[in-house]
Write a protein that binds this ligand. Structure first.
Ligand code: C2E
Ligand code: CA
Ligand code: CA
Length: 645
């Protein structure tokens, strides 16, 4: 049998329709043939034609016997016999009789002659008086005997012929019909198998991820529901969810084709490791999930999670470029309160979220506290919606100082949220929530305007730093908003420093460079915040046009005479100096750390050693005091007097 595929569908349908049409035609034809046979077989007409000759003979005999002595034949008998003969003549001329005998010239001639003879005989019968009249009458009918017999022979032969022909045709039609039926059956079988095949293919396509060939979300959900209903003990079931850390970065820097290739490589590497009774699926993007049903699922799941991480230890091929990525894994086993399969998925998702929030590339087992944290994040997110309108947000400012003398160069604006019930909430807690919910855009805008409003009260030499989230930085309205804030409060653009973290760079490479250049053209300064914590390498400094970098506090705080953090800070300062970048050391808490950062080459810094973030009144006092000290130093009596006043 040929391999069935879609190309066969149309020809098969055409053949089936053709066969069906022909079968109907043949049915009609066979009905006609059957009618032909039954008509020919009806012996009425044939019988009447066949008995014409004997009826003629009987008429002649009756006429002959009429004049015999003691004859019992009456004139009525003769009249009756003649009437029968006349009737036969009529039958011979009917359509049916003609059809039966065949419409040939010989038969027509015979009939015409018979008609003439009968018409001649009619007056003679009425005028029958003498035996001579009877003899003359008999003579008229004599030649008709032969003619009638000939007609009868013609008719019976023709009728037999007709039956035979129709029978032959019927047999033929029967075989053809049989062929058609077999053909129809074959087409039907082929069409049904084509249909089933297509349905199987469609089902498969609906449940397979076309990129990796793994089961997709639909198939996974089905397997989950199935496993959930079968799990006798809740501890027999586990779901693992994992995704690739920094997958977006791969997509953005190497292109989507490389991203796709990476996903395929991941699937190919893991498939052989995850076959044993487990469903390994790709849910979406870089999100994968595994489900299995085994005793002591929790420890098996943790085993699988570390197998996955081991598999990620080697770089993956992305079609030419080898890329090292890690995977974050969330694991969940059903607890007593998890009644629906979706609960288990949510838990695995929460565990995965917890990994992302703590340390990427790690494994976390779901615990109820995660749900609590999730719920409180939800509540906080709701509260944050009203925080702006309710004036619950405020800014604090941390001095950025010259490390040589501690004098203020500027301030970094830091958000604070005074929650009506919970009191002050750290930005480390609410900024991620604002980012998730998109609230960071209005909040960030507010912070920018507020920071400019406060900075407008300071001397022109004092700068103001404002933190920007990646979302804000990617907002097409950013430049307009910043310009608006500066002009509204009369701040020179070069007094404003926008701080962005490495995550912003990693998420969007090219557009970041474009925006940075636009800001630079306006005269606004930019700083790379938290340098050294993420993935940014020193090469980033040459690619992105920043004005300063802020070395993350973890380097400063962790730096001792024993470790090589000082060396790292020194290298950064040297490179930055060559590139014309200013270096700001963050998180200086002790005199030792100050000495270390200074000796490493940092000229500017901030940290609790100098001051904690303060409100705008404290800022003003600090600046005034500094001005006072400076005036004292320079013996500027007027300024001292003014400030005192
Ligand atoms: P960041 O930009 O790195 O800000 C510095 C953080 O370190 C501030 O924490 C500051 O109070 C703290 N800090 C400064 N000196 C020291 C020190 O000597 N020791 C220690 N332990 N900490 C020090 P804060 O105010 O809690 O802010 C945390 C983070 O929240 C900020 O980190 C920044 O990423 C974010 N953030 C704050 N305000 C905003 C904002 O207006 N917009 C955006 N997008 N993010 C903000
Ligand atoms: Ca900052
Ligand atoms: Ca920082």
């Amino acid at each position: 049998m040929p391999k069935l595929n879609n190309r066969w569908e149309v020809p098969l349908l055409v053949v089936t329709a053709g066969l069906g049409f022909a079968a109907v035609q043949m049915l009609f034809a066979s009905v006609q043939y059957m009618n032909g046979i039954s008509r020919a077989a009806q012996n009425n007409v044939v019988y009447e034609v066949m008995t014409t000759a004997p009826e003629l003979a009987r008429l002649q005999a009756t006429v002959a016997r009429f004049f015999l002595p003691d004859s019992d034949v009456t004139r009525d008998d003769i009249a009756l016999r003649f009437a029968i003969v006349q009737n036969r003549m009529k039958i011979l001329r009917t359509q049916e009789s003609r059809a039966l005998r065949g419409d040939n010239a010989e038969a027509s001639e015979l009939l015409d002659r018979m008609k003439v003879a009968v018409e001649q005989a009619k007056p003679k019968i009425e005028a029958l008086q003498t035996p001579q009249d009877a003899a003359a009458l008999i003579d008229i009918f004599d030649p008709l005997n032969r003619q009638a017999s000939q007609l009868s022979a013609l008719t019976t032969a023709n009728a037999a012929n007709r039956i035979a022909t129709n029978e032959r045709r019927l047999t033929c039609t029967f075989w053809l019909l049989l062929g058609e039926i077999l053909g129809l059956l074959a087409c039907g079988v082929l069409l049904i198998s084509l249909l089933r095949r297509e349905r199987r293919k469609a089902n498969r396509a609906a449940s397979v991820d076309s990129l990796t060939g793994l089961p997709n979300r639909l198939a996974f959900n089905r397997a989950l529901a199935d496993a959930f209903s079968k799990a006798s003990l809740p501890g027999d079931l586990a779901v693992l969810m994992f995704d690739l850390d920094m997958f977006k970065h791969v997509n953005d820097t190497l292109g989507h084709a490389a991203g796709d290739r990476l996903l395929v490589s991941v699937a190919e590497r893991l498939k052989p490791l995850l076959h044993d009774g487990r469903i390994f699926a790709r849910l979406s993007g870089d999100e994968f999930a595994i489900i299995f049903h085994k005793p002591d699922a929790r420890s098996v799941a943790l085993g699988i999670a570390s197998t996955i991480q081991t598999a990620f230890a080697q770089p993956f091929d992305t079609g030419g470029t080898m890329v090292a990525v890690s995977a974050s894994v969330g694991v969940a086993v059903p607890g007593p309160e998890d009644r629906q399969p979706e609960d288990l998925m949510k838990n695995a998702d929460l565990a995965l979220y917890a990994v992302k929030g703590a340390q990427r590339g790690d494994i976390r087992l779901y615990e109820p506290a995660m749900k609590q944290a999730y719920l409180s994040r939800q509540t906080l997110s709701q509260d944050l919606r009203n925080a702006l309108a309710n004036d619950e947000l405020l800014l604090n400012f941390q001095p950025v100082v010259n490390l040589a003398d501690g004098s203020t160069r500027g301030f970094e604006a830091l958000l604070r949220w005074k929650h009506p019930q919970r009191g002050f909430i750290s930005p480390a807690e609410f900024i991620p929530i604002a980012e998730e919910s998109g609230l960071i855009l209005p909040i960030g805008r507010w912070a920018l305007f507020k920071a400019c409003a406060v900075a407008a009260q300071w001397p022109e030499t004092i700068s103001i730093g404002v933190n920007l989230s990646p979302q804000q930085f990617m907002d097409s309205e950013l430049v307009g908003i910043v310009e608006d804030a500066l002009s509204r409060h009369g701040i020179r653009p070069d007094r404003l420093t926008l701080e962005i973290t490495e995550t912003t760079l990693i998420q969007n490479d090219q557009s970041v460079v474009t925006t940075l250049n636009v800001l630079r053209k306006i005269g606004i300064k930019t700083a790379l915040d938290d340098f050294g914590t993420g993935f940014a390498s020193l090469s980033y400094l040459t690619r992105f046009p920043f004005d300063s970098i802020k070395i993350d506090q973890s380097f400063v705080r962790g730096s001792t005479a024993q470790n090589n953090n000082e060396l790292i800070i020194r290298s950064i300062c040297e490179l930055a100096g060559k590139l014309g970048l200013q270096v700001i050391a963050e998180g200086i808490e002790t005199a030792e750390q100050l000495a270390l950062t200074r000796s490493a080459g940092c000229e500017v810094g901030q940290g609790y050693f100098f001051d904690k973030p303060m409100d705008e009144v404290q800022c003003a006092t600090r600046l005034s005091l500094e001005q006072l000290q400076a005036s004292r130093l320079h013996g500027d009596a007027t300024t001292v007097d003014t400030l005192r006043a």
